[in-house]
Design a binder for this molecule. Structure first.
Ligand code: SIN
Ligand code: FE2
Length: 210
C-alpha cells in the first residue's frame, strides 16, 4: 500500500526532474482492460507506419483515439480530427483511458487534466523511438501522461537540450510517467526493444492537442 507523504505524492513515486514523475505500476490493475480497448481502437483505425516529412518510414506503428489523432506524411505532421486512412473521425477515447490519465496527472500535481487525444504506439522487437520533444500540442500547460503496456523497454529521459545527459529508465507493463511544466519540453525517446518472442510493447500518451 502506498502511503501519501506531506506533499501528496506517494512514497513509491519517483521524481525524475521538476515536473516529471514516474509512477511504477500505477496502471497495473487496468492492463487487461487497456489492451482490450487498444484492440478495438485498431479495428477502426489500424496501426500504421507513418512517413516522416523527410520520407522515412517510422519503425513505430501508430494509431490514435479521442477528438484528435497524430499523423505524419510527406506533407507534414500534426493533429487531425479525422483518420486520413479511413476518412472517419478517430475512435472515441474510452472513459477508462480518460479516467486513468486524469488520475495519474492529479497524482503528479496537474489537476483537471482533460486530454483530447491519446496516441497509441506499438513497438515490435527492434523498434525504437529516437530522441525528440513533444512540440505539436497547442496547450503546453497540460502535461503528457504516458502508460506502458506489453514488453518492457528502456525509456530515455533527457533535459530541455538535446545534448543534456539522459537517464535510462526501464518501463514495465503498467508503469506510468507524467511530465509537464518545467519538464514539458524535455527530450525523451525509447531504446530499441530487444529481440522478443513475437509480442510487442504498447504505449499510450495522453495529450491536450488543442
Ligand atoms: C512518446 O514519446 O511519444 C512515446 C514514449 C513511449 O513510448 O514511452
Ligand atoms: Fe514523445
Amino acid at each position: 500500500m502506498m502511503q501519501p507523504d506531506l506533499f501528496g505524492a506517494a512514497r513509491d513515486d519517483i521524481v525524475l526532474s521538476t515536473g516529471a514523475l514516474f509512477l511504477p505500476g500505477f496502471a497495473v490493475a487496468e492492463v487487461v482492460t487497456l489492451l482490450a480497448h487498444i484492440r478495438t481502437i485498431a479495428v477502426c483505425s489500424p496501426f500504421r507506419h507513418m512517413i516522416t516529412p523527410g520520407g522515412r518510414r517510422m519503425s513505430v506503428a501508430m494509431t490514435s483515439c479521442g477528438r484528435f489523432g497524430w499523423t505524419s506524411g510527406r506533407e507534414g505532421y500534426g493533429y487531425t480530427s479525422h483518420d486520413p486512412d479511413s476518412g472517419q473521425a478517430w475512435p472515441l477515447m474510452p472513459p477508462v483511458f480518460r479516467e486513468l490519465a486524469r488520475k495519474a496527472a492529479t497524482r503528479a500535481g496537474f489537476a483537471d487534466f482533460s486530454p483530447d487525444t491519446c496516441l497509441v504506439n506499438r513497438y515490435a522487437p527492434g523498434t525504437r523511438l529516437s530522441l525528440h520533444q513533444d512540440l505539436d500540442e497547442g496547450d503546453m500547460s497540460a502535461p503528457i501522461v504516458s502508460v506502458s503496456l506489453g514488453l518492457p523497454a528502456i525509456f530515455l529521459w533527457g533535459g530541455p537540450m538535446r545534448s543534456d545527459t539522459r537517464r535510462r529508465i526501464m518501463l514495465h507493463e503498467g508503469d506510468v510517467m507524467v511530465w509537464g511544466r518545467e519538464a514539458r519540453m524535455n527530450f525523451h525517446g525509447v531504446e530499441p526493444l530487444p529481440p522478443g518472442n513475437g509480442t510487442c510493447r504498447y504505449n499510450l500518451t495522453f495529450r491536450k492537442a488543442r
